[in-house]
Design a protein around this ligand. Structure first.
Ligand code: K2U
Ligand code: ZN
Length: 177
């Protein structure tokens, strides 16, 4: 399974709003497999299709210690969220090296479809609840740095753009050899 390219903030494609999945076919299963390989390789505990430039409502999560319990959420909806909130040090594969506190509902109930198109519900707390909400933000075109102050967000944007320019320069040097 090929590893997919993860878009890096502030790539504007990360802000596209994902459309509902309509066809539960072989293409979808291959996409899930390629996203899972990409997530485990990163490594990460979640990945939204938006991050690999596929703008469909699909996210995957594996919060198991052994990294052998993949969960697939298609067209997910949060049907209930607790009043209680949790502050969690979040990161993002699209914003490598940046971790900061984000406050979210501590528990959520989610309705989604599985890869066969069958509906299911999940009640989540802890890391799973945080990750589901983080990934669902991606499907709405939102990156977690948007919860931070404008000063922090602008510093992160400048740093990511600088790193991208350096990476492109390194790639051109390798190509020139
Ligand atoms: O969306 C992503 O880039 C995947 C995130 C999922 C995540 C976001 C916030 C909090 C936890 C997980 C990546 O897995 S970031 C790596 C990571 C892993 C465990 C805990 C925190 C960050
Ligand atoms: Zn993310």
């Amino acid at each position: 399974m090929p590893l997919l390219t993860i878009l890096r903030y502030p790539d504007t494609r990360l802000h596209k709003v994902a459309k509902p999945v309509r066809q539960f076919d072989e293409r979808l299963k291959i996409l899930v497999a390629d996203m899972a390989a990409t997530m485990y390789d990163a490594p990460g505990v979640g990945l939204a299709a938006s991050q690999v430039d596929v703008h469909e409502q699909l996210l995957i999560i594996d919060v198991s210690d052994a990294q052998n319990a993949l969960q697939v959420f298609i067209n997910p909806e949060i049907v209930w969220a607790s009043e209680e909130r949790i502050l969690y040090e979040e990161g993002c594969l699209s914003v490598p090296g940046v971790y900061d506190g984000v406050e979210r509902p501590a528990r959520v109930k989610v309705r989604a479809l599985d890869v066969e198109g069958q509906p299911f519900h999940v009640e989540a707390d802890g890391l799973l609840a945080v990750c589901i909400q983080h990934e669902m933000d991606h499907l709405k075109g939102k990156v977690f740095v948007e919860y931070l102050s404008p000063l922090k967000r602008n510093r992160i944007k400048s740093r990511m753009l600088k790193e991208e320019r350096e990476n492109q320069r390194d790639r051109s040097k390798v190509g020139a050899r």
